[in-house]
Write a protein that binds this ligand. Structure first.
Ligand SMILES: [Zn+2]
Length: 390
C-alpha cells in the first residue's frame, strides 16, 4: 500500500471516529480531518442537521429529525424517555414575571441583563461555589471550580448581620428595597425589585410559609413577655404530607407546604425534612436530593414554588421496577426541552440559565459519584462475577 493510500485510509478512519458523515461524493477526506492542525483548510461544506421542526409525539418537544433514537418512531428519548416522563412545569406562572422575561422595554431588558443579581437578591436558599470567570473577550460563561453547596439560613439574621435570603423576602417591601438596592454589588432597578418582591409574596407558598413562621414567632415572643417566661423555640418543617404528625403536637400551625412548631420537643420530626430554625448561627446545608433545592434557590424560575427533582419521582410507565423512577438527568432534560405552546422561563433567563445548567449537571455528577461510593460492595461483586464469566 502506498503512502497516499495509507493517508487516505487513516483519514477515513479519523472521519468515522469524529462523526463526520455528511461529506459529498468525491470530497477529499484529507481536507476534512486534522482541522486542529490545519484550520485554514477547513472544508467548505458543513453538516446540515435541518430545521428543529420535528416534534415528539409524547411531550411535544422540538427536535432535529436525526435525534430520533429509532427511525420509525415518533417519540424521542432525550426529552421524555419515549413518553414515560410527564411532569407539570412552570404553571401557573405569574403574569408580571412572564412580561419581564418577554417584553422589550428598558426595564425588562435590564431585568434579563442582570437576572442573576435579581435572583441572588430574592432567593430563599443560596448556591455557594468557587465561580471563576474566564479571562479575555468572548460571550458570558458561567464556570465553577470544585464542589457546589446549597445553604439556607434561619428566620432572623444574627445580631449585626445584614438580612439575606428569606429574611429579605419576609421584610416589608419598602424596607427590603432600601436594604437591597443600597448595596453596591446589586445592580437591580428599585421599581423592578419591588414588583418581584410583591409578586413572590403573593404567589410563592414557601414565602408564605416563612411569613407564617414569622407571625408565630412574634406571637410566642409577645405571650412569653406577658407571662414573664422565656420564649420557646420556634421551628418550621417543610413537608406536605404529615397531617397526622402535626396533630400530635399541641403547638403546631400548618399551611399548604410547611408546619410551624412551638416548643422544644426533641421528637419533632426533622431528620428527614428541611427544618428552619428561628435564629441560627450556622447556615444549614440542603441535600442535593431535596425536592426544595431548586425552587428555593431559583425563585425567579420557580416563582410559584412546586418541587424540583427528588428520588421518588416516578415515570408514567416503565418496563421493570428498577426503571420506575425518573433519573435526575431525565428530569433536567425534560425541563430544558423546547415545546410549542408552553412558556419556559429557562429559555429567556440568559446568565441564570447558564448557572442553572452548571448547577444541575454538578448535581447529577455528585449523585452518580455518591452512588458509586455507597455501592462499592455491590460494584466489586459485579466485577468479580464478570471475571468469573470470562
Ligand atoms: Zn418527548
Amino acid at each position: 500500500m502506498t503512502q497516499s493510500e495509507l493517508d487516505l485510509r487513516s483519514a477515513k478512519h479519523a472521519a468515522y471516529r469524529s462523526g463526520v458523515r455528511a461529506l459529498q461524493p468525491g470530497h477529499n477526506l484529507r481536507t476534512s480531518v486534522g482541522i486542529a492542525r490545519d484550520y485554514q483548510r477547513r472544508p467548505s461544506s458543513a453538516h446540515h442537521l435541518g430545521n428543529m421542526d420535528d416534534s415528539c409525539s409524547g411531550c411535544g418537544a422540538a427536535h432535529f429529525r436525526d435525534e430520533k433514537a429509532t427511525p420509525g418512531r415518533t417519540q424521542y428519548m432525550m426529552c421524555c424517555a419515549k413518553n414515560t416522563v410527564e411532569l407539570p412545569l412552570f404553571e401557573p406562572f405569574p403574569e408580571t414575571l412572564r412580561s419581564l422575561y418577554l417584553n422589550q422595554d428598558d426595564d425588562s431588558k435590564s431585568f434579563r441583563k442582570f437576572i442573576r443579581n435579581y435572583n441572588n437578591a430574592l432567593p430563599m436558599a443560596s448556591m455557594t461555589a468557587d465561580i471563576v470567570t474566564p479571562q479575555g473577550f468572548g460571550p458570558y460563561c458561567f464556570r465553577v471550580h470544585g464542589q457546589v453547596y446549597h445553604t439556607i439560613g434561619g428566620l432572623q439574621p444574627r445580631d449585626g448581620d445584614p438580612p439575606q435570603c428569606a429574611q429579605v423576602l419576609i421584610m416589608d417591601t419598602n424596607e427590603a428595597a432600601q436594604e437591597l438596592c443600597g448595596r453596591d454589588a446589586n445592580r437591580v432597578v428599585e421599581s423592578t425589585f419591588r414588583t418581584l418582591h410583591n409578586m413572590l409574596n403573593d404567589s410563592n407558598p414557601y414565602v408564605r410559609a416563612f411569613r407564617l413562621m414569622a407571625q408565630v414567632a412574634d406571637e410566642e415572643s409577645r405571650n412569653a413577655q406577658e407571662q414573664g417566661r422565656t420564649s420557646r423555640p420556634v421551628r418550621m418543617v417543610f413537608e406536605q404530607n404529615n397531617a397526622d404528625d402535626h396533630r400530635r403536637y399541641n403547638f403546631a400551625t400548618a399551611n399548604e407546604v410547611a408546619i410551624v412548631y412551638v416548643g422544644d420537643e426533641e421528637s419533632i420530626l426533622g431528620d428527614r425534612f428541611l427544618v428552619i430554625h428561628e435564629q441560627t448561627g450556622n447556615l444549614k446545608f440542603i441535600s442535593q436530593l431535596d425536592k426544595l433545592c431548586d425552587p428555593l434557590t431559583y425563585t425567579l424560575l420557580f416563582p410559584s414554588g412546586g418541587h424540583g427533582w427528588h428520588p421518588e419521582m416516578e415515570r408514567t410507565e416503565y418496563a421493570s421496577p428498577r426503571r420506575a423512577r425518573v433519573t435526575q438527568k431525565q428530569y433536567y432534560s425534560f425541563v430544558l426541552s423546547t415545546r410549542d405552546r408552553q412558556f419556559n422561563p429557562l429559555h429567556y433567563a440568559g446568565k441564570l440559565l447558564q448557572q442553572f445548567i452548571v448547577d444541575s449537571w454538578l448535581k447529577i455528577e455528585m449523585n452518580r459519584l455518591n452512588f458509586i461510593r455507597q455501592n462499592q460492595h455491590q460494584l466489586r461483586l459485579d466485577t468479580v462475577q464478570g471475571l468469573q464469566l470470562i
